[in-house]
Design a protein around this ligand. Structure first.
Ligand SMILES: CC(C)(COP(=O)(O)OP(=O)(O)OC[C@H]1O[C@@H](n2cnc3c(N)ncnc32)[C@H](O)[C@@H]1OP(=O)(O)O)[C@@H](O)C(=O)NCCC(=O)NCCS
Length: 187
C-alpha cells in the first residue's frame, strides 16, 4: 500500500478498483447522502464508475479524494482529502476543495477531524497550496464542526444544489502569526 497521508489511527491512499464494495456500502446509504445531494447509488456499477472518475482526477490534477483505511482493522472507512474543482462554485473556479464521506458505522469516532488534520498538513506542507476551501450544508452540524475545529473560517452562505450552504476558507498560518506553543513544537 502506498500511503500518502498517515495519522494516529488512519492511512490515506489512492482509491483502488478493489474499494468498490466499501464505496457501494457508503454511497447506497440514504443517511450518508442526506447532505450531499440525496441521491444514493443503486448499483455496483455506479460505484465502479465513481472510482474510475476519481482515479482519472489523480492523473489530470495530481490530487483527488483518497481512500481512508482504519489501521487496526484495515477496513475501508470512506474517502477524504482534496479535489480540484473546475466548475464555478460560489464565484470560485479552479480551486482545491477539502471533503470527506464515511460509511455510517465509522461515524462518531473522530475520524473526520483526525483525517482532515492530516489532509491540511499535506496540502500546505507537501503541496504548498496557498489556500483551500470547503463547503457544507448550513444545517450539517457535524461537517461544520469538523471544518471549524480544523481552523477553517466561515466566509459566507450561498445556494448550492438547491440548499443553503456555508463556504469556508483556510490558508496556512504565516510563521510570524503562530502561537508560542506552535513555535515551541518546532524547536
Ligand atoms: C460528516 C462526517 C464525515 C463526520 O464524520 P465523523 O468521523 O463522524 O466526525 P467526527 O467523529 O470527527 O466528529 C466531528 C465533530 O462533529 C460532532 N458531531 C458529529 N455528529 C454530529 C451531529 N449529528 N450533530 C452535531 N455535531 C456532531 C462531533 O461531536 C465532533 O465534534 P467534537 O469532537 O467537538 O465532539 C460523517 O458524518 C459522514 O460521512 N457523513 C456523510 C457524508 C457527508 O455528509 N459528508 C460531508 C459533506 S459536507
Amino acid at each position: 500500500m502506498k500511503v500518502i497521508i498517515e495519522t494516529d489511527r488512519l492511512y490515506l491512499r489512492e482509491l483502488l478498483p478493489g474499494d468498490v464494495q466499501g464505496m457501494f456500502e457508503m454511497d447506497s446509504d440514504p443517511d450518508v447522502h442526506r447532505f450531499v445531494g440525496r441521491s444514493p447509488v443503486k448499483t455496483l456499477d455506479e460505484s465502479i464508475k465513481a472510482i474510475e472518475n476519481i482515479r482519472r482526477q489523480y492523473k489530470d490534477f495530481g490530487v483527488a479524494r483518497l481512500a481512508i483505511i482504519e489501521k487496526v482493522t484495515e477496513g475501508f472507512v470512506g474517502w477524504g482529502g482534496l479535489k480540484f474543482i473546475t466548475e464555478n462554485v460560489n464565484g470560485f473556479q479552479n480551486y482545491h476543495d477539502l471533503g470527506y464521506r464515511f460509511i455510517k458505522r465509522y461515524w462518531g469516532k473522530g475520524y473526520a477531524k483526525e483525517s482532515t488534520k492530516g489532509v491540511i498538513k499535506y496540502a500546505f506542507e507537501k503541496l504548498k497550496l496557498p489556500v483551500i476551501y470547503a463547503i457544507a450544508d448550513l444545517e450539517h452540524k457535524a461537517s461544520r464542526n469538523v471544518l471549524e475545529s480544523s481552523g477553517f473560517d466561515f466566509v459566507n452562505s450561498f445556494e448550492y444544489d438547491g440548499d443553503p450552504h456555508a463556504w469556508y476558507k483556510l490558508s496556512p498560518i504565516p510563521v510570524h502569526k503562530r502561537t508560542a506553543l506552535f513555535d515551541s513544537e518546532q524547536i
